[in-house]
Design a protein around this ligand. Structure first.
Ligand code: ADP
Ligand code: MG
Length: 743
């Protein structure tokens, strides 16, 4: 790729986390990752390969091993980027790697522990400390937004209705590139406020447990900070610079099989993998430089990172690794991605005086409110002068002392005027009350007038107070340099920070020099070709041979790389095939439902309503009622037969309602009668014949049965119907259970 003057490559740093407890308990297989901090190299050992196979070495802008501190990473690799954002550049930091390798730890860390605070909280400190220490002629406005991409949908994490919120749309403008429409943006005045914004968003973020991480992030999270700075330029006018910072914590790049997920989680994993492979394709296309087309539109993630990869932003990629042998494949894939990303060239530029700067709007609104307020106060002052009729002595002395003092004077005058006016009206009211020559009616009228005047005065004062409150609220949102927002910043601390900064700079340049020396080493061999003696010739030839050997080793490395890339392709192809199979199965299932359960005319109706939205890249339903006819559409008229009723009813029902309920069934004593299942019994027959001669012969004589019969007779009046053939069974049972009764 051709490099022009202002282009700058994406900075890639690699971080390896310590072995976790689970990995330690798996046995003493040891780490597969070694790091040379001085040279910025990662050496990867293949645990499955024979010892003779050469280890793979990758060189990056910086590497951080298991013992690295959060502060080291920030000072060395992130601080320069945040400084650029404060100067008006766009900046992006994104963490990439397998689940559970420390992406969230690097980006957020443990907030409560100052040693373990990640990139994001450190960036908050950095931004607000910078503002507090800058010159007093600078004005700042800091805004924050927080979004996540979950199942390929952009969701606003600061929306109070996050759970039910609809997905947001991506838009593109020539001025600000790709942006999210209707995204919540909070103006933050302090570290505390911006931390609060972060907390609110974190609580809404989608996380779930997988086999590899108990709190795995199932979405890509983007925290966006916009810092606008206004400063008077050499032309005397105020110029605005806008720096946008994207802090990105990606979801894990693990293989689906490894995380042991199913169902909804598997669907999430498939989407995550698809968007990450889209990211990989974008990185490859940019690093390659030959292919004209960069597939940014393949996923929401790549569209949002369009500026950061190959655009006008400065970008730092933190690739995170796990040291355990069982994750060798993923570690190698991450390193290959990171290695490719090093070649991406961006063209960072300062955003100067953009049209959409919010700070400009704020400044204009504040100026408008101030003018309104001043106008009100001057008006009040002039009224006072009229009332006094003698002018103000103080005016002449103070007006010359500058705008601020003048304003203060006017404010005092206004307050004084209101107070004096109130006193004057009160006095006048008192005079009217005490006037004995005035008629009662006249008195009442005059007092009413005075009351009205007082009311007007109070209303005016209230309006002024409201205006002042609004003005002060607006003004407080603008941060002015030179005011110490953070109390603990003293000179010593400043010096300490400066020193740390210097050390970080030195380490970085030292590493760069070391890396350059390695490259030069190879080149110098060629230059020393002139030799005078045989001895020198032998030496030169030996060196050449060594070089050939080196080249041979390089060739072997490249061969191995090709093999790895092939393996990786096979794996990802298998995975894509698996995803495709899943999707095909689901599709077939849905077709089956449609064909068997949905009438063809309904299906056609639905099909006719579908349209493809190329902007959103998805199918959408057209509204049932066309938008323009919505207002004219009216409720359908009720049928004449339903007037007064919920629904149309029959003539008979209407008459019944008029007559009231039928009296015949009202007090009916309806009771439930079980079928009598007792068998006939001869002994009982005799006794029952004796006791009740007109009773049926098959009736039992037990007290219960007797009662039953009597009851039933009272209801149906037909004792004969009680005799039933099936009644024999229960009688026999009763009989054997109570032999005494049978005798
Ligand atoms: P990811 O976001 O990549 O899925 P996490 O950041 O959630 O992974 O890290 C997984 C676990 O590993 C966490 O418990 C975290 O504390 C720990 N961890 C990650 N990186 C480090 C590190 N550099 N030092 C100490 N612990 C770490
Ligand atoms: Mg995470």
């Amino acid at each position: 790729m051709s490099k022009n003057k202002s282009s700058e490559s994406v900075k890639v740093v690699v971080r390896c986390r310590p072995l976790n407890r689970k990995e330690e308990s798996n046995g003493p297989a040891g780490c597969i990752v070694q790091m040379d901090l001085r040279l910025g190299q990662v050496i990867l050992r293949n645990p499955r390969a024979p010892a003779s196979e050469p280890q793979k070495t990758f060189t990056f802008d910086a590497v951080y091993d298991a013992n690295s501190k959060q502060g080291d990473l920030y000072d060395e690799s992130v601080r320069p980027l945040i400084d650029s954002v404060l100067a008006g550049f766009n900046g992006t930091i994104f963490a990439y790697g397998q689940t559970g390798t420390g992406k969230t730890y690097t980006m957020q860390g443990a907030w409560m522990d100052p040693e373990k605070r990640g990139v994001i909280p450190n960036a908050f400190d950095h931004i607000f400390t910078h503002i507090s220490r800058s010159q007093s002629d600078k004005q700042y406005l800091v805004r924050a937004s927080y979004l996540e991409i979950y199942l390929e949908e952009v969701l606003d994490l600061l929306d109070p209705n996050h759970g039910n919120a609809r997905a947001l749309e991506l838009r593109e403008s020539p001025e600000s590139g790709v942006y999210v429409r209707d995204l919540t943006s909070c103006v933050c005045k302090s570290i505390k406020e911006i931390e609060e914004v972060m907390n609110v968003g974190n609580q809404a973020r989608a996380v779930a447990a997988t086999d590899m991480n108990e709190h795995s992030s199932r979405s890509h999270a983007l925290f966006l900070i916009t810092v606008e700075c206004s400063q008077p330029g050499p032309d005397g006018r105020k110029h605005i610079r806008v720096g946008r910072l994207n802090l990105v914590d990606l979801a894990g790049s693990e293989r689906q099989a490894k995380t042991g997920v199913q169902g909804e989680r598997l669907k999430e994993a498939a989407k995550i993998n698809l968007s990450l492979s889209a990211l990989g394709n974008v990185i490859s296309a940019l690093a390659d430089g030959r292919s004209g087309h960069v597939p940014y539109r393949d996923s929401k993630l790549t569209r949002l990172l369009q500026d950061s990869l190959g655009g006008n932003a400065k970008t730092v990629m933190v690739a995170t690794l796990g040291p355990a042998p069982q994750h060798y494949d993923e570690t190698l894939t991450t390193l290959r991605y990171a290695n490719r990303a090093k070649n991406i060239q961006n063209q960072p530029r300062v955003n100067e005086d953009p049209k959409d700067a919010l700070l400009r709007e704020f400044q204009m609104e504040i100026a408008r409110l101030r003018a309104q307020l001043n106008h009100r106060k001057w008006r009040t002052k002039q009224k006072k002068e009229q009332v006094d009729g003698e002018g103000w002595e103080r005016d002449g002395d103070e007006e010359t002392e500058g705008e601020e003092d003048e304003e203060e004077g006017v404010e005092k005058d206004a307050e004084e005027y209101v107070k004096l006016e109130e006193q004057r009206l009160e006095r006048e009211k008192q005079d009217i009350r005490e006037d004995q020559f005035m008629l009662a009616e006249e008195k009442q009228r005059l007092l009413g007038e005075k009351e009205k005047m007082m009311g007007v005065l109070r209303k005016e004062q209230e309006a002024t107070e409201q205006l002042t409150a609004k003005y002060k609220a607006m003004e407080s949102k603008l941060l002015v340099g030179g005011k110490n927002i953070i109390d603990h910043t003293n000179e010593q601390q400043k010096m300490l920070e400066g020193k740390r900064h210097e050390i970080a700079e030195q380490t970085r340049s030292e590493r760069e020099i070391q890396q350059q020396m390695l490259v030069r080493d190879d080149e110098t061999v060629e230059l020393r070709e002139t030799f005078t003696s045989l001895q020198q010739e032998v030496e030169a030839k030996t060196k050449k041979l060594k070089k050939c050997l080196k080249l041979y080793a390089k060739l072997q490395c490249i061969k191995a790389e090709i093999q790895d890339v092939n393996d990786e392709h096979v794996r990802s192809r298998q995975e894509l095939e698996q995803t495709q199979n899943e999707l095909t199965r689901e599709l077939k299932f849905k077709y089956l439902i449609i064909e068997n359960f949905i009438p063809p005319e309904e299906k056609n109706k639905i099909m006719n309503r579908l349209t493809f939205d190329p902007e959103e890249d998805q199918w959408k339903f057209q509204p049932l009622v066309p938008a323009e006819s919505k207002s004219s559409s009216q409720m359908k008229k009720r049928p004449a037969s339903a007037v007064g009723y919920k629904r149309p009813i029959s003539q008979y029902a209407r008459v019944a309602i008029v007559m009231g309920a039928h009296s015949r069934y009202r007090a009916e004593n309806i009771m439930f009668l079980e079928l009598d299942m007792t068998p006939p019994n001869s002994a009982a027959l005799d006794r029952s014949t004796e006791s009740e001669p007109n009773q049926s012969h098959s009736l039992d004589n037990s007290p219960t049965k007797d009662r039953r019969v009597r009851k039933s007779r009272s209801w149906c009046q037909t004792p004969k119907s009680i005799t039933s053939s099936s009644s024999n069974v229960s009688l026999a049972a009763c009989h054997t259970a109570t032999p005494m009764t049978a005798q």
